[in-house]
Design a protein around this ligand. Structure first.
Ligand code: NI
Length: 238
């Protein structure tokens, strides 16, 4: 075959194949499912008690947890999308920390849902199989089913004799979130995904200590949870 003809056949073949690799265009919806881990980089203030004042070194830390993660991107243009992070409820232990409470173990637990909405930027051409992205946005974290442990009640009773039970409540958090991730498309519709978020989650915990049915003391502690969130999963482009 003449060289020009061969090139012409090749060009026609590439053009015929091109629509099959088109991806990530305005109006596309990409859904992802995987395992999401919330890994707090937590720090806290000292516990502040109405009855006892500030207790130096009475701090807490928050452990990590993994759940089913669900994310989605809706392409507003070929390069910008709205991203959503959702998951089944995360459950975290709140452990004693600092000079006064380090080593006491689990003092409380909480569940939370951290829905996060970001504006995402996909820099690659829409036909690329590899679609890295960065995003920035906001997080709303709702804490629920907070519980204290007997360890917390026992520890409290050593400081405030007569305390027989405790409960805890965590304020909801609203803060900034940033993310980086990628989809790698294996077929036109199915790919793999990995993503990392940093989320600013700050809360104030309020602990009530009871002597019988009467409130004996109320304490607060500010907790910066500020987790890294990791997810690995499967992407499906609708
Ligand atoms: Ni923070």
């Amino acid at each position: 075959m003449p060289r020009t003809f061969k090139l012409g056949v090749l060009a026609a073949a590439v053009m015929a194949a091109a629509p099959a690799v088109q991806a990530y265009e305005a109006g596309d919806f990409i859904g992802r499912v995987g395992v999401a881990t919330v890994d707090p980089d937590s720090s806290s203030s000292n516990l502040n008690s109405n009855a006892l004042g500030e207790i130096d070194g009475a701090k807490v830390s928050v452990d990590s947890n993994s759940q089913l993660g669900l994310t989605a991107s809706y392409m507003l243009t070929n390069q910008f999308a709205v991203g959503v992070l959702a998951a089944t409820p995360f459950k975290h232990d709140i452990n004693g920390d600092g000079a006064a409470l380090g080593g006491t173990g689990k003092l409380a637990e909480t569940k939370h849902l951290p829905p996060t909405i970001t504006l995402q930027y996909f820099p690659m051409p829409s036909g690329s199989k590899l679609q890295p992205y960065v995003g920035a946005g906001v997080n709303y974290t709702n804490f629920f089913e907070e519980k204290t442990t007997q360890t917390l009640t026992d520890t409290y009773a050593t400081l405030a004799p007569g305390v027989t039970s405790t409960d805890i409540e965590l304020d909801d958090s609203f803060g900034l979130a940033a993310e980086i991730g990628f989809d790698y498309m294996i077929t036109e519709n199915v790919g793999i995904n990995a993503a990392v978020w940093w989320i600013d989650i700050d809360t104030e915990a309020t602990i009530n200590a009871y002597a019988g049915n009467a409130v004996a003391d109320t304490s607060t502690i500010d907790v910066d949870i500020d987790p890294w969130v990791y997810m690995v999963g499967v992407s499906y482009k609708f």
